[in-house]
Design a protein around this ligand. Structure first.
Ligand SMILES: O=c1[nH]cnc2c1ncn2[C@@H]1O[C@H](CO)[C@@H](O)[C@H]1O
Ligand SMILES: [Zn+2]
Length: 386
């Protein structure tokens, strides 16, 4: 009697696991479904569009009229190490975004560009009060941007890319229009606007200056995020959460100041950091932008590595694609290079982003289960067909 030869079928299992979770390449990162919660409309224009709009609208102050050189100018000027100087560059983008046509175009191209980069859900913010110079009303501005987003979504679909874009209305923290902008955000909540934000220089302009606006939004059961913990540290984060009641933190990267890592590698969270982690407060982290404004030194040294390990609700974002010469794919590429992240890590950040979005829960869940997870599952199986 011959005994059947025994094979070792388990051999292929660890190999499959290793390959499925190996380092994603550039093309996979681009095709991976991505979620973007923190992107400024006036920080993401195509350089060629700025040049054309400047010509059409008579804007005379551009530092360069060659699109490639202009793109480089933005990147270099924003690379100053200071948030205040970084923000000065916005005068040129805001300068060419003063007409209805310009706003529609910029918003449409924004949606198209994000979709081409594999972003499936984005919340894009801008400050309506900065687009009043040529006589548009705040309502006309909001409607023009909404129209542009819808147009961009359609054009993306024609190109085979699916994206959904919601607007966040920002009030400038040095100004005094936050109540008015908050009311407008609430008024347009069923028409393209998903939340509210404050932005601009942080030091010297604490979020409590705008407490009325935040309390109003809370009474209306609406959503808001607050730029905090970028140009200023823990007190700003604390106010944003405990006085103003922010749903998310724009950046929030300086929460790292409340985390102590001992020489033996043990980690201790201060009360605020523990609150942020335990209450699952989403952090809209923007690595490249932080390098430019001095909030972090290098990708490898960026707090996102530790925050991810500690299980904070960390999300990855672009902030300003033009000023930072970045995209969601570029942010992910840098993190993969710095932290050796796998597709599973990128999926984790993406699901965190979608969980933290301001659209209804059932829609977030459907995005996660029907778009994001299947997208990553497909990428993870690709090695089988190579
Ligand atoms: O990272 C940032 N921190 C604070 N403010 C910002 C940042 N990026 C852009 N803005 C400001 O937000 C306005 C509306 O989009 C921009 O005009 C810019 O002044
Ligand atoms: Zn920002």
């Amino acid at each position: 009697m011959t005994r059947p030869t025994s094979h070792a079928p388990t051999l292929s299992i660890p190999a499959a696991r290793t390959r499925a979770s190996s380092t994603p390449d550039q093309d996979q990162i681009r095709r991976a479904p991505k979620v973007l919660l923190h992107d400024h409309l006036d920080g993401g224009l195509r350089p060629g569009t700025i040049v054309e709009l400047a010509h059409e609208t008579g804007y005379q102050h551009l530092p360069d009229s060659d699109p490639a050189k202009l793109g480089t100018w933005f990147h270099e000027a924003a690379d100053s190490g200071s948030l205040e100087r970084y923000l000065e560059t916005f005068s040129h983008t805001v300068g060419v975004m003063q007409t209805r046509e310009a706003l529609v175009r910029v918003a449409a191209e924004c949606a198209e560009d994000l979709a081409a980069d594999g972003v499936v859900y984005a919340e894009v913010r801008y400050a309506p009060e900065q687009h009043l110079e040529a006589g548009l009303t705040l309502e006309e501005i909001i409607e023009a941007v909404n129209e542009g987003f819808r147009e961009g979504e359609h054009r993306a679909r024609d190109d085979g890319n699916r994206i959904r874009v919601g607007a966040l209305l920002t009030a400038m923290r040095h100004a005094a229009r936050s109540q008015e902008i908050a009311e407008l955000a609430n008024r347009y909540r069923d028409d393209g606007v998903v939340g509210f934000d404050i932005a601009g220089a942080e030091a010297g302009f604490p979020p409590t200056r705008h407490l009325d606006a935040f309390e109003y939004l809370k009474r209306e059961n609406f959503h808001f995020t607050i730029h905090a913990g970028e140009g200023f540290g823990l007190p700003s984060i604390w106010q944003a959460l405990q006085w103003c009641g922010a749903d998310r933190l724009g950046h929030g990267v300086r929460i790292i100041d409340d985390i102590r890592v001992a020489d033996d590698g043990s980690v201790e969270l201060g009360r605020l950091a523990a609150y942020v982690r335990d209450k699952r407060i989403p952090l809209e982290l923007c690595p490249t932008s932080n390098l430019q404004t001095g909030a972090a030194d290098s990708y490898a040294g960026h707090p996102i590595g530790l925050l991810r390990r500690l299980g904070f609700r960390a999300t990855v974002n672009t902030d300003n694609r033009l000023m930072s010469g970045t995209s969601m794919s570029h942010e992910f590429e840098q993190l993969v290079a710095a932290f050796d992240y796998t597709l599973d890590d990128l999926l984790w950040f993406t699901v965190n982003g979608m969980k933290s979005a301001f659209i209804p829960f059932d829609e977030r869940l459907a995005m996660i289960n029907e778009v994001i997870k299947p997208g990553y599952a497909e990428l993870k199986a690709e090695w089988l067909f190579r």
